[in-house]
Design a protein around this ligand. Structure first.
Ligand SMILES: *[C@@H]1O[C@H](CO)[C@@H](O)[C@H](O)[C@H]1NC(C)=O
Ligand SMILES: *[C@@H]1O[C@H](CO)[C@@H](O)[C@H](O)[C@H]1NC(C)=O
Ligand SMILES: *[C@@H]1O[C@H](CO)[C@@H](O)[C@H](O)[C@H]1NC(C)=O
Ligand SMILES: *[C@@H]1O[C@H](CO)[C@@H](O)[C@H](O)[C@H]1NC(C)=O
Ligand SMILES: *[C@@H]1O[C@H](CO)[C@@H](O)[C@H](O)[C@H]1NC(C)=O
Ligand SMILES: *[C@@H]1O[C@H](CO)[C@@H](O)[C@H](O)[C@H]1NC(C)=O
Ligand SMILES: *[C@@H]1O[C@H](CO)[C@@H](O)[C@H](O)[C@H]1NC(C)=O
Ligand SMILES: *[C@@H]1O[C@H](CO)[C@@H](O)[C@H](O)[C@H]1NC(C)=O
Ligand SMILES: *[C@@H]1O[C@H](CO)[C@@H](O)[C@H](O)[C@H]1NC(C)=O
Length: 621
């Protein structure tokens, strides 16, 4: 420019060389805000320094128009400072000068202000020169917007497929977009990564950058996330903004099927509901069909095969097949898996002998209980709810009537708690009648007029016939008869009528024999005080006298008795109550059965009762 100016001066004045040679020299430097945000203000200072004193200095500011020619925007000299009219800067600039230079201030910086500003200083004889200042304008773009493709991206496609697009708008200068996969930048790579960038500029000069990522997906990309990053210049720095992450739905063929039993847990038994599930590792999940040996296309919903109430016939090998509809490679689209189902069972228990079995007394019997099962079983025998034997064979030896009864066997499968069965056998022991306590002498002592119960318990099979004979007793009858298969209980009640001892016999017979038991009943005679009858038939005076005499006599005897025993007998009658040791079945009635202690004592107690005014005779109720 200096040289240009010189030529001009040479042409006009012809003193260019002279001017330069005589030291006509000015240094122009420009400083200021070289980088500003759009909308902000920028200040540019044009500093000049003359080698020799200049009588006058002109400063002019220029910009270049779109055609490339210069347009002045302001002029100033020692007398004036003026902004040129009708330029694009008329409204937005101001100039202020001082001794060493001039400042140009631009407000509301626009994109078009990104250009060179020229400051031309002319000191006439002192020399002229110009400075140049490049103003840079910045406008940060909008944060990037990413969009992943909505449809699945197949790994089988040969070339990179569109995976996502990223867009950033209204940036200046042009921002860049970088793609990342799992935080690692993606670069263009033949056959793997394609980046298609579209840059556009709107009417205001702001840039919009769109980038499309084309990527050859693999199975692993189902878990990958992608984002784009926009980088842009700001005054004095480079900034970056990341988009949010997106993932893509990757479609890949099934290579493997998983097959498992969902229900039940553990071993399968008959009656269970079995659920078998299949899952192919392809995406989207492949359609699955179930089959079993000859049966194909079993009815399964949602990849679950449900077998209700299974039996051992459902045991077998089940298959799963996947059919990838999407799969473009024809070679590997059928994948298969299989599963072995074993349905365990336990058949009903079979007991030998069946139902019931008759044994003779003293005989041996071996009973067995078996249940067919696919697994190991445990057998336990019970009698009357009590465990008597572990194992499936029960040996009954030397049968007695106690051997008879109901035997149950329980068969369980230890490995499947829910699986069990049971059977039973009824054992009957045949034998001649056998009376309880037949050997024991049964002595019953009771007062005349009282009732006494005699109990006869018999075991025997066939059920014995029980008869009683009591030749010397007339008023007896049976009050209880209990009969079971091999047991008879008979209780007879009889009135003690005579003062003599009687004998009753219980006789039990069946076809195998007979047994008898003898009861001896001893009666206790009643002692009636003679005075009582006399008093009834006499006159009042005589009665009074006799009663008085009697009272004295009784008093005497009582006193004598007390003196002799040292105490009065306790209780109403002085009887000692005991439980009949011979009869376990009959319930002892308080007053009825007594054991004679001493003859005189009984008499005395009876006498005493009468005196005490107990008019109730000791008889039956
Ligand atoms: C102008 O600048 C040159 C080189 O930077 C320097 O040699 C010269 O002295 C300067 N002149 C004035 C008047 O400052
Ligand atoms: C320049 O001007 C100043 C005053 O304006 C004066 O003091 C100085 O001597 C002058 N210098 C030259 C070289 O003329
Ligand atoms: C002023 O602005 C108009 C329209 O924006 C443009 O055509 C013209 O070139 C500009 N002039 C300069 C000097 O920049
Ligand atoms: C011009 O700008 C400089 C630096 O910003 C400042 O020091 C100076 O005072 C300014 N001059 C005027 C006349 O505004
Ligand atoms: C954008 O990319 C270009 C070319 O690689 C580079 O020169 C420029 O500095 C980048 N811009 C930013 C803001 O990173
Ligand atoms: C993206 O990932 C989320 C969480 O990991 C998941 O729920 C979603 O289905 C995925 N989207 C696609 C298209 O794969
Ligand atoms: C019953 O078995 C026992 C023991 O094995 C044996 O001693 C006895 O002779 C057997 N009785 C009969 C009747 O077989
Ligand atoms: C005899 O047995 C019958 C029936 O069990 C009972 O009602 C009665 O009280 C008993 N009599 C005696 C004296 O134990
Ligand atoms: C028992 O009764 C049976 C049949 O009624 C009879 O044959 C037998 O003689 C009786 N035995 C006695 C001891 O009474």
């Amino acid at each position: 420019m200096l040289r240009e100016g010189c030529w001009m001066l040479l042409l006009v004045v012809g003193v260019c060389h002279l001017a330069q040679d005589v030291g006509g020299e000015v240094n122009v430097t420009m400083v200021g805000d070289s980088e500003v945000y759009m909308g902000d203000s920028a200040e540019i200072r044009c500093q000049y320094k003359f080698l020799q004193n200049a009588s006058m200095v002109m400063v002019q500011w220029f910009v270049r128009d779109h055609r490339g020619s210069r347009v002045r925007i302001s002029y100033s000299d020692l007398t004036m400072q003026k902004v040129d009219e009708n330029t694009n800067y008329t409204e937005r600039i101001s100039v202020a000068g001082d001794s060493g230079g001039e400042n140009l201030t631009i407000v509301d910086v626009k994109l078009s202000d990104e250009r060179e500003f020229f400051c031309q200083v002319d000191g006439l004889a002192a020399g002229s020169n110009e400075g140049k200042f490049h103003l840079r304008v910045f406008d940060p773009p909008e944060p990037p917007v990413i969009e992943a493709v909505r449809h699945g991206v197949s790994v089988t496609s040969v070339s990179p497929s569109k995976v996502a697009t990223c867009e950033t708008t209204k940036g200046f200068p042009q921002p860049n977009i970088t793609w990342y996969r799992n935080h690692k930048p993606l670069h263009r790579r033949q056959g793997q990564v394609n980046l298609i960038t579209l840059v556009s500029k709107d009417s205001t000069g702001l840039y919009t950058v769109q980038s499309e990522l084309q990527y050859k997906v693999t199975r692993e990309d189902k878990d990958a996330h992608f984002f784009c990053e926009v980088s842009y210049f700001v005054p004095g720095a480079v900034r970056t903004v990341e988009s949010k992450s997106v993932n893509i739905s990757v479609h890949y063929p099934t290579t493997k099927i998983e097959m498992w039993r969902e229900l039940p847990e553990g071993l399968v038994k008959e009656g269970d509901t079995v659920e078998i599930r299949c899952h192919g590792d392809g995406n989207p999940p492949p359609a699955i069909t179930f089959s079993r040996e000859q049966e194909t296309d079993l009815d399964a919903d949602d990849n679950v095969l449900v077998l209700k109430d299974v039996t051992r016939r459902d045991s077998g090998i089940y298959h799963c097949h996947s059919l990838d509809l999407d799969s473009r490679s024809a070679d590997n689209n059928e994948v298969m898996e299989f599963l072995q189902l074993t349905v365990h069972y336990l058949d009903p228990a079979v007991v030998v002998p069946r139902d019931s079995e008759v044994m003779l007394k003293g005989e041996n019997l071996s009973a067995s209980c078996n249940a067919l099962s696919s697994l190991e079983t445990n057998t336990v025998w019970f009698k009357n709810g009590v465990e008597i034997k572990k194992g499936n064979v029960l040996n009954l030896q030397d049968a007695t009537f106690d051997t008879a009864g109901h035997y149950n066997c329980e068969v369980t499968v230890p490995s499947i708690p829910g699986l069990h069965t049971s059977g039973s056998v009824h054992i009957i022991v045949q034998g001649a009648p056998q009376l309880r306590d037949a050997k024991r002498e049964m002595d019953v002592i009771e007062k005349v007029g009282k009732w006494v119960n005699l109990t006869c318990d018999v075991r025997g099979h066939p059920r014995p016939i029980v008869t009683w004979s009591a030749p010397s007793i007339t008023g007896w009858r049976e009050v209880v008869r209990r009969e079971t298969e091999d047991f008879v209980q008979s209780i007879v009640t009889m009135k003690i009528t005579r003062d003599t001892d009687v004998v009753a016999v219980c006789n039990a017979t069946n076809k195998l024999g007979a047994d008898t038991k003898t009861y001896t009943i001893r009666s206790i005679p009643i002692v009636t005080p003679a005075a009582r009858n006399t008093a009834d038939n006499s006159g009042v005076i005589i009665v009074v006298i006799i009663i008085s005499i009697l009272l004295v006599a009784i008093l005497g005897s009582v006193l004598y008795f007390l003196y002799k025993k040292g105490k009065l007998p306790c209780g109403r009658s002085g009887k000692q109550e005991i439980i009949n040791p011979f009869s376990t079945k009959e319930k002892t009635n308080k007053d009825d059965i007594v054991v004679e202690m001493k003859a005189d004592k009984t008499e005395k107690s009876v006498l005493l009762k009468g005196v005490n005014g107990d008019k109730k005779p000791p008889s039956d109720q």
